[in-house]
Design a protein around this ligand. Sequence first.
Ligand code: AMP
Length: 220
Amino acid sequence: MALNVVMLGPPASGKGTQAARLAQARGIPKISTGDILREAAQSGSELGLRAKALMDRGELLNDEEMIAIVRERLARPDAARGFILDGFPRTVPQAQALDRMMQGEPIVIIDLAVPDADLLKRMQTRRVCSNCASIAEPGWSKDTCARCGGQLVTRADDEDERVRQHRLEVYARESKPLLDYYRGRPTFQSINGAQPPDRVAHELAARIDALAPVASERRP
Ligand code: AMP
């Protein structure tokens, strides 16, 4: 049975870190729309350059484009046994499109809840690998990725205080309504993301295991 997971939560709530751990533990791909867009930006493609301009201001890309990117990615063979989506959906229309793509196949929805003050602090100190996109964890050196030895850098959209604040506003306006969209489902779970990463990972794994019987039922 495929395990399909959607990670919800504000910027710097730990979605990427937890998605990477879970993906590795379960042997399924982590699909991060932010990573896909940052890669496109590095490649200098037309999409990448447009995406970079929006990302650097903390704005979202349009729904149609994001839906097309995710539809194409989920159709690849490695996603057939399941996937962890990190950063998608970010709007209700994206969630509706994902439901259509899933055609009743179950998805586990995980919300990571973290207070705004913690999020702002995390965005300010977050370091990411410029080579493999790993997110630095407590205990790593400031400059070197513990996974691949690449250089740790600050994300462009984490650098400016106004952009950090704006991303929280965009989250509140565009993405928070997703909680109401999903809350009534038996596979919706909210986790306290303010705990240390190991604790969050432990709780996440336990909730997913507990959900296994429900998560294997197809939605009508
Ligand atoms: P993230 O790495 O998830 O924080 O995403 C970084 C940036 O990429 C966001 O601030 C948006 O500009 C853009 N982005 C990522 N995912 C989406 C999405 N699903 N819809 C629209 N924009 C997105």
